[in-house]
Ligand binder design. Structure first.
Ligand SMILES: Nc1ncnc2c1ncn2[C@@H]1O[C@H](COP(=O)(O)OP(=O)(O)O)[C@@H](O)[C@H]1O
Ligand SMILES: O=P(O)(O)OC[C@H]1O[C@H](OP(=O)(O)OP(=O)(O)O)[C@H](O)[C@@H]1O
Length: 186
């Protein structure tokens, strides 16, 4: 319980390889459960890149904000820096669940920072991933090849993890995620 007697919300980490459908799944989950709060990440990516709604900042500003303690978690991948604004702690303290796209390599640290962490591990067959990345159009061919070749980081033991196969229709993945997160409502 938090100070006011409210049961804290959970951080729900959506992880998996590039192109698997993490952003699509998060958007669909929030549409079905308006009480879910989607974390808006801070990323050193060009603002016009498209895809998720994120706060675009320069590498220098990112480094300054990280040094100033602005992020609950931050990491680097694909030549970019990503941050989860520390305000997510207030969301959780209000009793709301929050959804965030995290790096698989950050899950050990995330479990220490967010005690109620629940991981949705999204998977899809390799040929499905390649087709989706090409279809999304945010990265060029070389970057797509790099993303597909990236080895999957190992998960630390002891996490609450739900495997979600998103090789088929998105709706099936959404139902599987909601059943795992809110079993009492199914
Ligand atoms: N179940 C699905 N069926 C068909 N297309 C999908 C499905 N899930 C995601 N997509 C599409 O695949 C592409 C990559 O999805 P995205 O959500 O951006 O993945 P990620 O955030 O994991 O990189 C997008 O163009 C998206 O519309
Ligand atoms: O350590 P990994 O689990 O491989 O993850 C590394 C990064 O890849 C994804 O980035 P991003 O959202 O920019 O790319 P994506 O939408 O193509 O997955 C994910 O959100 C992490 O930031």
């Amino acid at each position: 319980m938090s100070e006011g007697g409210t049961v804290p919300g959970r951080l729900i980490a959506v992880v998996g390889p590039s192109g698997v459908g993490k952003d699509s799944l998060m958007e669909a989950l929030c549409a079905k459960r308006p009480d879910l709060v989607r974390v808006r990440r801070v990323v050193t990516r060009a603002p016009e890149a498209g895809g998720e709604d994120f706060e675009a900042i320069s590498p220098a500003l990112f480094a300054a904000r990280a040094a100033g303690g602005d992020f609950a978690l931050h990491w680097q991948a694909h030549g970019l820096s990503y941050g989860i604004p520390r305000e997510v702690h207030q969301t959780l303290a209000r009793g709301q669940d929050a959804l965030a796209n995290l790096s698989r390599a950050m899950l050990g640290q995330a479990a220490r920072v967010f005690p109620g962490l629940h991981v949705l591990h999204v998977t899809a067959r390799p040929e499905v991933l390649a087709a989706r990345l090409a279809g999304r159009g945010r990265e060029g061919r070389a970057e797509i090849a790099r993303r597909l070749a990236r080895p999957a980081p190992a998960f630390p033991a002891g996490l609450t993890v739900t495997e979600i196969d998103n090789s088929g229709p998105l709706e099936r993945a959404v139902d599987a995620a909601l059943s795992a997160l809110y079993p009492e409502r199914v």
